[in-house]
Design a protein around this ligand. Structure first.
Ligand SMILES: C[S@@+](CC[C@H](N)C(=O)[O-])C[C@H]1O[C@@H](n2cnc3c(N)ncnc32)[C@H](O)[C@@H]1O
Length: 254
């Protein structure tokens, strides 16, 4: 995805509207509380960083990491530290955090298992790793017609060509277990949303961002882009979201 795209903040807000309530629940169950030290990796638009700062309070600490800190930089405070880091090539602070969280990040990376090892190293012994990524297998529009299906396949193929793994969520729990975490719990959630849901913008704006490139790459026909855009302009078909898979494990205490 193009982080510099003018409507990227609105696209990220769509993600937040879809998933923040469930993510906040899982982070609370994973021990986020007053005084916690939390690392948020791939912090994006920053809604989770803001929520974490309130939860941990002045006795806690939140470190927000992203390769592009445009949206999270204004959240820096005496509780929140913002760091511009590429998690693939850069370093993370070692053995400092009670909870490390990354949502919709690893699915974009060439070697997610290597980055998971860095996330585990950032935890104190006994600390929790919470990772959330998509499995697009169950994604679809309510009306299973040929145009919707061609557009879906064209966009996902274009993302795959850029290194995106559309079924990474399915392998997520296994990758966490392979990183030496204690018993890894996994679950998935999916929503059915129409164009009145604020999360619908994630699908609408992802299409707008990616369709020109997919068309240039020959993965979607220009006519399909035009017809599908007309459909979106008229409201758009109801969406069955991809499954957001969550994996939770703790760093073993030696
Ligand atoms: C799909 S967005 C998800 C944002 C946020 N985690 C959420 O769920 O609302 C992915 C985020 O990961 C960041 N990102 C991508 N590659 C990265 C890397 N190599 N190192 C650090 N951050 C990265 C992007 O800049 C973007 O903010």
């Amino acid at each position: 995805m193009d982080q510099g795209w003018a409507q990227e903040r609105a696209r990220l807000a769509g993600i937040e509207a879809l998933w923040d309530p469930g993510t906040c629940d899982v982070l609370t169950r994973s021990g986020v509380a007053p005084g916690s030290r939390v690392l948020e990796v791939g912090a994006g638009g920053g809604s989770i960083v803001q929520w974490l700062a309130v939860q941990v309070g002045h006795s806690g600490r939140v470190v927000a990491v992203d390769i592009d800190v445009r949206f999270v930089a204004p959240l820096a405070s005496d509780v929140v530290e913002v760091c511009e880091v590429d998690v693939v090539t850069g370093e993370l602070p070692a053995a400092q955090f009670d909870v490390v969280h990354a949502r919709l990040l690893l699915e974009h990376l060439k070697d997610p298992a290597a980055v998971v090892l860095k996330l585990v190293d950032a935890l104190i012994p006994g600390g929790r790793l919470v990772v959330e990524d998509y499995d697009w297998s169950g994604f679809g529009f309510e009306s299973d017609d040929a145009l919707n299906n061609r557009v879906t396949e064209g966009i996902l193929s274009f993302m795959a060509a850029a290194g995106f793994d559309r079924t990474f969520g399915r392998r997520l729990v296994g990758v966490l277990a392979g990183a030496g975490l204690g018993p890894v719990e996994g679950n998935g959630r999916s929503l059915v949303v129409d164009c009145t849901h604020p999360g619908y913008d994630f699908f609408r704006l992802s299409f707008e961002q990616l369709a020109p490139g997919a068309e240039r790459a020959g993965l979607i026909a220009a006519d399909d882009v035009r017809m599908f855009r007309n459909r979106l302009d008229a409201g758009g078909p109801r969406v069955i979201t991809p499954t957001l898979v969550t994996g939770i494990g703790h760093r073993p205490v030696p």
